[in-house]
Design a protein around this ligand. Structure first.
Ligand code: SAM
Ligand code: SF4
Ligand code: SF4
Length: 335
């Protein structure tokens, strides 16, 4: 029996952020001005070991979670990540094991991740335009290494991929049709994401959000699309299929059409906090109890209690309230 929160939402997914470090400085996530040379990331001893992560994953799966996603920061910066993938692939009850990456290091890892038992990969790619891409990565990368990562994932048998694109007005909105074009007919699904007010450091303004409606209108004007039913209840992306049969796209409308009612996602931070909403100010500490000798049953009890007390619905309340000023950051939580 799945554990449920105060609104009856089950814990189905656990997103595991394995590091707070990143090799990019996307302005909507880790703006360079804030995360410069002097910024101090978490010390190694504060970060959960693979064995600790596996324990939390087992606890979540025992409480009904079926999907695990590795994220970060940039998860491929965490040393020996395929070993963690293999450990999590061995947890009985896991039906879906995936990874979200900026793709920069993916060409060197795709094969070993697949061999370790990874099921799926999502690659973030905001634009194919060389200058737009470079600017959005905080001038840390060209688009070439990311495309090479995508090709390596295809060769490793991880297709179809999901390609995530955060759309920011005046920055990359003029390149979304080209991105859709590049992946039409490949089987990969490009998912356009409304720019969100996660964290407090990205200077988010509602005016910078290009809505799902605008995005589908721009793409639909080039190739007509029809809405498709969700794959499962609570799916975050609204699906659209090209009328000419060239595949589908997704649009994640978390700002203009919030979907808290179906939110079944728990999040584990690199230092072991269980967080119940992307916009939360904090989470329940699991590292302390684990390092103090908590048994598996005690760990499960903390996870169950934390989820059971959950009343989060930030995106649905966003317009009605003044914005929350204390929030965890996206690079820390992993999206
Ligand atoms: N570094 C990896 C990557 O970029 O794929 C994984 C972590 S990143 C925080 C996870 C996802 O969050 C990425 O697809 C990224 O584009 C998205 N993201 C980050 N900040 C965002 C924001 N302010 N609004 C919407 N999506 C955001
Ligand atoms: Fe790094 Fe991903 Fe955040 Fe970009 S979105 S700064 S790649 S963690
Ligand atoms: Fe889930 Fe919080 Fe996002 Fe709502 S705002 S969908 S509760 S993470």
């Amino acid at each position: 029996m799945a554990t449920r929160d105060r609104f009856g939402r089950a814990l189905r997914d656990l997103r595991i952020s394995v590091t707070d470090r990143c090799n990019f400085r996307c302005g909507y996530c880790m703006p360079e001005e804030v995360f410069g040379e002097a910024y101090r990331f978490l010390p190694k001893t504060d970060i959960l070991t693979f064995e600790e992560i596996e324990r939390v994953a087992r606890a979540a799966v025992a409480l009904g979670a079926r999907k695990l996603r590795l994220t970060g920061g940039e998860p491929l910066l965490r040393a020996d990540l395929p070993r963690l993938v293999a450990m999590l692939a061995g947890v009985e009850g896991v039906e879906d094991l995936s990874l979200t990456t900026n793709g920069f290091l993916l060409a060197g890892y795709a094969g070993s991740l697949r061999e370790a038992g990874l099921h799926r990969i999502t690659v973030s790619l905001d634009s194919l335009d060389p200058e737009v891409f470079k600017a959005m990565s905080g001038r840390r990368s060209d688009v070439g290494p990311v495309l090479a990562g995508i090709e390596a994932a295809e060769r490793a048998g991880l297709s179809p991929l999901k390609i995530n694109c955060v759309v920011k007005r005046g920055v990359n909105d003029h390149t979304v049709v080209d991105l859709a074009d590049r992946f039409r007919g490949t089987g990969h699904i490009v998912r356009f994401i409304e720019y969100m007010d996660v964290g407090t450091r990205n200077g988010w303004r509602l005016d910078d959000v290009v809505t799902a409606k605008e995005i589908t209108a721009a793409i639909g004007a080039r190739w007509p699309v029809d809405p498709v039913e969700p794959n499962y209840p609570g799916e975050t992306a609204n699906r659209f299929r090209y009328r000419d049969g060239a595949g589908e796209i997704g649009v994640i409308a978390s700002v203009s059409q919030p979907f808290c009612g179906g939110c079944t996602r728990g999040r584990l931070t690199p230092e072991g906090k269980l967080v119940t909403c992307l916009f939360a100010a904090g989470g329940a500490d699991l590292r302390g109890p684990m390092r103090a000798g908590a048994t598996d049953a005690e760990l499960r009890e903390i996870v169950a209690r934390t989820w059971g007390a959950r009343t989060d619905r930030y995106s649905e309340e966003r317009t009605a309230e003044t914005p929350r000023t204390t929030k965890l950051e996206m690079y820390h939580l992993g999206g």
